[in-house]
Write a protein that binds this ligand. Structure first.
Ligand code: HEC
Length: 307
């Protein structure tokens, strides 16, 4: 009896679930949800080709130096690199005296304590310091940026979908909103103090366009400083800050694959070596042995059975 009642209760539950599923699906198709402007206008970045891509990728040091120059002259006015030290620039090909000079002349001083009075003060950066934030704390940073916080850029290419391609698309993606676009999506109007950028998830970013004019950064190696070039180089630089050991990871991966390949070949040869006698001794026995098959054929023929 209990079983029957349990079965009936279960049946009622399953029936209610089925009805709500059918009603939900039919509602979805009869009144499809309206597309939000942020979904309709949001753009996905095109792939940015960099020399560090792929399993054999290596950094282009000249490009990383140019990217560092863009960070130093433009982005560092708002963004820190809290996981990168000045002395890490050695990997980009800078020598020690150059790194000391870069740290010494950095526009932003690092927080410190006056050893005589014990009061908070600031001092010039040294090579062991990380790239500092220009703001004393988050409140000061938000106050200066329309209540938005400029994120630390050390890991930004890992923390955003698209990585370097996204950073490049964002930096080159600022647009004016055309009247047709506003007529079609009146709710997409950019609020004052923000900037329209269809590559940013909600279309309106608090960061003013940082790269605006050709030649904004004059590259030491003579490369032309177009907006696209500056955006590409700084994106490549931010790939390095997020994964400075990328080249050794690629090299280790390659060595492991080669090792496994050789080990597999040796393993196969060892297998052949060990079993080479044993395989020869295998014989067909039992009903499949040609002798026995002939016997069974003749017995069947005698009895008049086909096959
Ligand atoms: C005037 C200050 C300022 C400068 C200069 C600046 N940024 Fe920003 N940046 C911001 C602010 C503020 C935000 C946060 C925007 C938001 O959340 O709406 C931001 C956000 C970002 C983001 C994250 C976007 C996201 O998906 O959340 C990236 C990447 C970025 N900036 C890269 C750069 C690069 C690269 C440069 C140099 C070429 C640069 N910024 C220069 C203020 C600045």
């Amino acid at each position: 009896m209990v079983r029957v009642i349990g079965f009936l209760v279960g049946l009622v539950f399953a029936g209610v679930l089925l009805i709500s599923l059918v009603v939900g699906v039919s509602n979805y198709f009869s009144n499809p949800p309206e597309e939000l402007a942020a979904e309709a206008l949001h753009q996905h970045p095109q792939h940015l080709r960099l020399s560090s891509d792929g399993p054999f990728g290596k950094f282009d040091k000249a490009q990383l130096q140019r990217g560092f120059q863009v960070y130093k002259e433009v982005c560092s006015a708002c963004h820190s690199l809290s996981l990168v030290s000045f002395r890490d620039l050695h990997a980009l090909g800078y020598e020690e005296p150059e790194i000391k000079a870069i740290a010494d002349q950095w526009q932003v001083q690092v927080p410190s304590i006056n050893p005589e009075t014990g009061e908070a003060s600031s001092r010039k950066a040294v090579p062991s310091d990380r790239f500092p934030s220009p703001y004393a704390n988050e409140i000061a940073a938000r106050a200066a940026n329309n209540n938005a916080l400029p994120p630390d850029l050390s890991l930004i290419t890992k923390s955003r979908e698209g990585g370097a391609s996204y950073v490049h698309a964002l930096l080159t993606g600022y647009r004016n909103q055309s009247p047709e676009l506003l007529k079609e999506h009146p709710d997409a109007k950019t609020p004052p103090g923000l900037h329209y950028n269809p590559w940013f998830a909600n279309l309106n970013i608090a960061m003013p366009p940082p790269l605006t004019a050709e030649g904004q950064v004059t590259f030491a190696d003579g490369t032309k400083g177009t907006v696209d070039q500056m955006a590409t180089d700084v994106a490549a630089f931010l790939v390095w800050t997020a994964e400075p050991k990328l080249e050794s990871r690629h090299a280790a991966g390659l060595a492991v694959v080669v090792f496994l390949l050789i080990a597999s070949i040796l393993g196969y040869l060892a297998y052949r070596q060990i079993w080479y006698e044993a395989k020869r001794k295998v014989r067909v026995t039992g009903p499949l042995e040609p002798k026995n098959q002939a016997k069974s054929r003749s017995a069947k023929a005698k009895q008049g059975v086909a096959g």
